[in-house]
Design a protein around this ligand. Structure first.
Ligand code: UDP
Length: 252
């Protein structure tokens, strides 16, 4: 008998860059279609899926600030970019018959519904894929933080962080051949060693709410589904079992 997935409700975070494929800018529809197929596979396993997409393939607030412009306006532009990406993903999901809804942290009723925790939970209970657009709705934050925040709000069992590599390494494996991949690591250690998998605020929020972060390669077709089935390569960032914590404390 196939194994039941280990998680009932998850949030998937993909960077905007994951959507641009080899283009270097914007949206490669074939990549978004593939991501939608991966999400459909997760739904077919019975897993409730929320999605947060970044906007880095279109715009980042720091790009304005670095040229002497106003950071807050730049961040507003970045948040709008996440809405564009979210609408693209919804389009791809609808094409393959997956019911989905975009909820934006910034009200734009002509385009999509506004986010509320109650509405998001309602849609997830109905089995719809909920795409959280507009980040947190606040400047000076990132979509990583938005993903951790939404995961906490909707009571997700795990936050799936899709990256370019298949887990957390001691150094960048594309640059350092000696880099070691972790199977499991604590939020605490990720923060302490400054391992760049998500921003600090996102990891701290996940730690405080005991939400495991599953780091996996978003570029591997079917990777999301295979990890949900307990297969595939990933690193689990999670609370350490009490014994391991004690040993770590003893080591100082
Ligand atoms: N952003 C923001 N507040 C948020 C989320 C995002 O101001 O809560 C802006 C910020 O300018 C950021 C841009 O939106 O640079 C795109 O988000 P992010 O950099 O997280 O996208 P990713 O790197 O994941 O593609």
């Amino acid at each position: 008998m196939p194994q039941a997935p280990a998680y009932r409700r998850v949030v998937l975070k993909a960077s905007g860059e994951a959507l641009m494929g080899k283009q270097g800018f914007g949206i490669d529809v074939s990549v978004v279609d593939r991501m939608a197929a991966d999400i459909a596979e997760a739904r077919a396993l019975g897993v409730e899926v929320g999605v947060v997409i970044g906007g880095g393939n279109i715009f980042r607030g720091v790009a304005v600030a670095s040229k002497g412009g106003d950071r807050v306006t730049g961040d507003h532009m970045g948040m709008l970019a996440t809405v564009i990406n979210s609408l693209a993903l919804r389009t791809s999901l609808v094409k393959i018959g997956v019911e989905s809804v975009v909820l934006s942290a910034i009200a734009m009723p002509e385009l999509c519904e506004s986010f509320s925790q109650r509405q998001a939970t309602h849609y997830m209970n109905e089995g719809k894929v909920v795409i959280f657009a507009g980040g947190t709705g606040n400047p000076f934050f990132t979509t990583d933080s938005a993903a951790a925040l939404r995961a906490a709000e909707i009571g997700a069992d795990a936050l799936f962080k899709g990256t370019l590599v298949d887990g957390v390494y001691s150094a960048d494996p594309r640059r350092d051949a000696a880099a070691v991949r972790y199977e499991r690591i604590s939020h605490e250690r990720v923060l302490r060693e400054g391992l760049a998998i998500m921003d600090t605020a996102a990891i701290a929020l996940a730690r405080e709410n005991h939400i495991p972060i599953i780091v996996f390669s978003i570029h591997e077709k079917g990777g999301f589904g295979s990890i949900l089935r307990g297969e595939g390569h990933c690193t689990i960032v999670a609370d350490e079992p009490a014994a391991a914590q004690q040993a770590e404390t003893a080591r100082g």
